[in-house]
Design a protein around this ligand. Structure first.
Ligand code: NAG
Ligand code: NAG
Ligand code: NAG
Ligand code: NAG
Ligand code: NAG
Ligand code: NAG
Length: 581
């Protein structure tokens, strides 16, 4: 229907030392009538007719792009104190805070054409301008921007941590796009704010590359998430003790422009509740409900209860989706959990390789508090803290109902998990034995340390004939799994179960499974390899990964060549994910 054409942008070094890196972007050919067919965002199918989504309406010139802070500034009191010095802030939701420009030369290390065009209506051609790099790194403010830093608190690692807030992020404003969606633009790594505590307000190259790549990858896996539009790398030195072992190294500062429908977190409500700022708590909740929960009637007496019920459900479903792709968030603190139940704050996350419920992406998390197997319980804990934050606004009877709702969290999670894992195995219909079939497989995977992603993918790619003949010649993960003494029993039961669906063709089963079991996920070793190059200003592998992870369910020659579906290399096992960022 629509064709893609690879275009290579060349390195340009201008007199003021602004550098555009070499990277690939994909263009629609302008003479293609169906050009807008490439818009893959799920919401594009439900476009309100009052919006003209024609690709021709993309802005080719940044002068036509404007953001606004009016909604947020109109709705809430703003901190009366000005300046970026660290302080304790009360009776407001935001402080005015201006980004601190990164020191050049600035390199545009990556851009997401999907985010720029699909969310911000910007023709990707705007990225060649010097202005673009300034706008997305904090050097210049988009017209209409009155940047803000958000005040929030949170429970970190089980304990109330008091005031936290945007310590190195600036909310630039919101933008309503041609589909009628409103997105908040936020810079991360853009300098100190009143909430920086002991931090320097910067983010380093490695953590920024990881956030950029993973948030876009999660979107294309179909998992609710914040998005990333651009990544700018500077030469500004930043000092980090990467493994908290006293070994301080100089790294470089980087800024990501990230997007979310809203950046409010559980901690946004908690700080108001903890401080007894109940009018503001009510105001913030009313705002969030009116803006983001259209199905909740804003003048119903039980709207806070309805809100809570909705967040409990959506967060449980989100965490089940994480599990279905082996994603561990790494820092499930209440300040890192979105009120809209989208994945935010990509820190020491990881995709599990060998299946292991004890998988911990943060190597300093010795207790395994946020191991992948404990993740749902961390979610439950966070929902309990959300309820505590809402309590002052709920009647005694409503609190009782909310406590019942809280108790449904793990059931909703389990039910959704079961649906997702049944789909991963290609099972149709209902069968009482299905849960056992899934659990049995996971047990075999745990015992054999079979690769999580590739076990499911290779089961999808194998024909029933190959499975019956135990032909795993090109399936390294299944070979590992098949070393288990009880694997054959499991496979027989599985094949019988598949055979029971008489109307199901084997090709349909394979296609169905391949559409939910990715062949490529952002494994740590892949990110690490791209980061090592990015540290030397070679962003080619960032671009390659970004491009491949846009179609994680599709076998791609470039990915195969790079070994992204192969057994992880030997050095992958020694990798530690750094915690400082
Ligand atoms: C949508 O916008 C395009 C480009 O500006 C224009 O050519 C087209 O007529 C518009 N369509 C409608 C239905 O307004
Ligand atoms: C909410 O209140 C307004 C006016 O107070 C009223 O017009 C509207 O019908 C109410 N909506 C619901 C769902 O009760
Ligand atoms: C629960 O959340 C999921 C995912 O967000 C959604 O599809 C489903 O409709 C929700 N269920 C209820 C009862 O709200
Ligand atoms: C996420 O959690 C980590 C650890 O608690 C914290 O350092 C970080 O500030 C949080 N991220 C944001 C953006 O709040
Ligand atoms: C990793 O876990 C340790 C131990 O719980 C914690 O102190 C550290 O802050 C965590 N790292 C991040 C980035 O949250
Ligand atoms: C095993 O499967 C592969 C494809 O994965 C095929 O090329 C090969 O011929 C099969 N071998 C046997 C013995 O069936």
């Amino acid at each position: 229907m629509w064709s893609l054409q690879k275009v290579l942008l060349f390195t340009v070094v201008t007199s003021n030392m602004i550098i555009i890196s070499v990277h690939m972007v994909e263009f629609c050919q302008k003479d293609e009538p169906d050009c807008q067919g490439q818009d893959t965002s799920p919401s594009s199918h439900m476009i309100n007719s009052r919006w003209n989504t024609s690709i021709l309406n993309l802005k080719r010139n940044l002068d036509h792009f404007r953001v606004s802070c009016e909604k947020l500034k109109g709705a809430f009191p703003i901190d009366q104190v000005r300046g970026n010095f660290i302080r304790s802030v009360t009776n407001c939701i935001f402080s005015e805070a201006f980004p601190t420009p990164l020191k050049g030369p600035l390199r545009l290390a990556a851009v997401s054409k999907d985010a720029l065009e699909g969310l911000l209506d910007l023709d990707v051609a705007v990225i060649v301008s010097d202005e673009f790099r300034q706008y997305v790194s904090g050097g210049k403010l988009f017209p209409g921007s009155e940047p803000l830093a958000h005040r929030y608190g949170g429970h970190q690692f089980g304990y109330w941590a008091g005031q936290l807030g945007d310590g190195r992020a600036h909310l630039l404003g919101h933008y309503t796009n041609r589909k009628g969606e409103t997105w908040e633009l936020q810079l991360k790594g853009s300098g100190k704010t009143p909430y920086s505590r002991s931090g320097d307000g910067r983010a380093v190259v490695r953590s920024s590359v990881r956030e950029f790549l993973c948030s876009e990858a999660m979107y294309f896996l179909g998992i609710p998430t914040s998005r990333a539009a651009s990544l700018v790398v500077s030469d500004e030195p930043v000092w980090r003790d990467q493994f908290y072992n006293g070994n301080v190294k100089t790294e470089r500062g980087a800024v990501v422009l990230r997007l979310a429908k809203s950046w409010f977190r559980i901690g946004s409500l908690e700080i108001l509740s903890q401080n007894g700022e109940l009018d503001l708590l009510r105001k913030l909740l009313n705002f969030v409900i009116a803006e983001h929960f259209p199905s909740i009637h804003s003048n119903k007496s039980d709207k806070y209860l309805a809100f809570y019920t909705s967040v409990v459900n959506d967060t449980a479903c989100l965490m089940a989706e994480w599990m279905s792709v082996g994603f561990a968030h790494g820092v499930c603190n209440t300040d890192n959990f979105s009120l809209l139940s989208v994945t935010i704050d990509y820190g020491p996350f990881g995709f599990m390789e060998a299946y292991d419920p004890d998988f911990v992406p943060n190597t300093s998390d010795d207790e395994g508090r946020y191991s992948i197997g404990a993740q749902a319980h961390a979610g439950l804990f966070n929902m309990e803290k959300l309820l505590d934050a809402l309590r002052p606004l709920l009647s005694a009877a409503q609190q009782e109902v909310a406590e019942m709702v809280l108790k449904t969290f793990l059931d909703i999670y389990q039910t959704r998990m079961q649906q997702l894992f049944k789909a991963k195995l290609g099972l149709l219909g209902e069968n009482t034995e299905d849960q056992r079939l899934v659990e049995h497989l996971l047990q075999l995977m745990e015992d054999t340390r079979a690769d999580f992603t590739m076990t499911f993918r290779q089961l999808s790619e194998a024909s029933a004939h190959q499975l019956r003949r135990r032909n795993f010649t090109q399936a390294w993960a299944l070979q590992d799994l098949a070393s288990h003494g009880r694997f054959s029993d499991w496979l027989n039961v599985y094949l019988l179960r598949l055979g029971r669906e008489t109307h199901d063709e084997d090709e349909d089963r394979q296609a169905r499974m391949k559409s939910v079991n990715p062949r490529y996920v952002l494994r740590n070793w892949m990110a690490e390899s791209a980061i090592r190059k990015a540290e030397r200003n070679d962003f080619s592998e960032v671009a390659l990964l970004h491009d491949i992870l846009r179609q994680p369910f599709l076998t791609q020659a470039s990915a195969e060549q790079a070994g992204y579906a192969d057994k992880p290399p030997w050095w992958a096992h020694q990798l530690k994910v750094s915690c400082s960022s």
